[in-house]
Design a binder for this molecule. Structure first.
Ligand code: PGA
Length: 257
């Protein structure tokens, strides 16, 4: 983290977990544990069906609610999809874009991510753009090329004055839900590369101000070490965001660090 330049953001990604009543109960359980958040922004990205209950439960707290995906069109014949407008009206502030599970199972590409990032910004939603290499790509030593390409394509056409609204999450695919975490050096190396890539496109000041998160089996035990890295400005947390004490411990690490 480097608080002189940028905000720390800890975001949960609940994936396909929790019904609305379970979402309400979990947020109620989290609220008293998450009081000291001066240095850290807290976000919970929840399933579409939980958004209304989550926004209501989080009212009066510092927790912002995010979505896990959205469509890039405003409206129309896209059965089963959800638009930025629909999210905005419910009080959503953040939206995850290009999570590796969406790239892997739902044909998300760098090009669709690019459309979604721009539509999110136009609608006042902060995109959390996910990038990351597969195990094969890491073993073939092409991680840096893969990340640079994902970042550059997803940001095409984003104006310099808007770039500060974008959060980028580095999520090595081999570390997601596997219990295998990147070492803090590996996490920092790629987060720094993301910042360099943004600097080449938008200048150093914009890159210095951007929050770059690490995600992939971040938990109560390893969060402090990962967040101590200078280019790791927060976390995108799956499994550990479904347990109030674990999520609170990560927020604590981000607040203390
Ligand atoms: P994990 O998921 O923390 O369960 O590895 C992270 C993510 O997919 O965003």
């Amino acid at each position: 983290m480097n608080r002189r330049y940028r905000k720390t953001i800890i975001a949960g990604n609940w994936k396909m977990n929790k019904t609305p009543s379970e979402a309400k109960a979990l947020i109620e359980e989290m609220k008293p544990l998450l009081s000291k958040t001066k240095w850290c922004e807290m976000v919970l990205c929840v399933p579409f069906t939980d958004i209304q209950a989550a926004v209501k439960a989080a009212k009066g707290s510092k927790i912002a609610i995010g979505a896990e995906n959205m469509h890039f069109e405003k409206s129309g014949a896209f059965t089963g999809e959800i638009s930025a407008d629909m999210l905005k009206e419910l009080g959503v502030k953040y939206v995850i874009i290009g999570h590796s599970e969406r790239r892997q199972y739902f044909n998300e590409t760098d090009e669709t991510c690019n459309k979604k990032v721009k539509v999110a910004i136009e609608n006042g939603l902060r995109p959390i753009l996910c990038v990351g290499e597969s195990l094969a790509e890491r073993e073939q030593d092409v991680t840096m090329e893969v990340i640079r390409k994902q970042v550059k394509i997803a940001l095409q056409g984003v104006e310099v004055e808007d770039i500060k609204k974008v959060v980028i999450a580095y999520e090595p695919i081999w570390a997601i839900g596997t219990g295998k975490t990147a070492t803090s050096e590996q996490a920092n190396e790629v987060c720094a590369l993301i910042r360099e890539t943004v600097a080449a496109l938008y200048g150093k000041a914009a890159a210095d101000a951007m929050t770059v998160q690490y995600g992939g089996s971040m938990n109560a035990k390893n969060a402090a070490e990962l967040l101590a890295q200078p280019d790791v400005d927060g976390g995108l947390i799956g499994g550990a965001s479904l347990k109030a004490p674990d999520f609170a411990a990560i927020i604590d690490a981000a607040t203390r660090g």
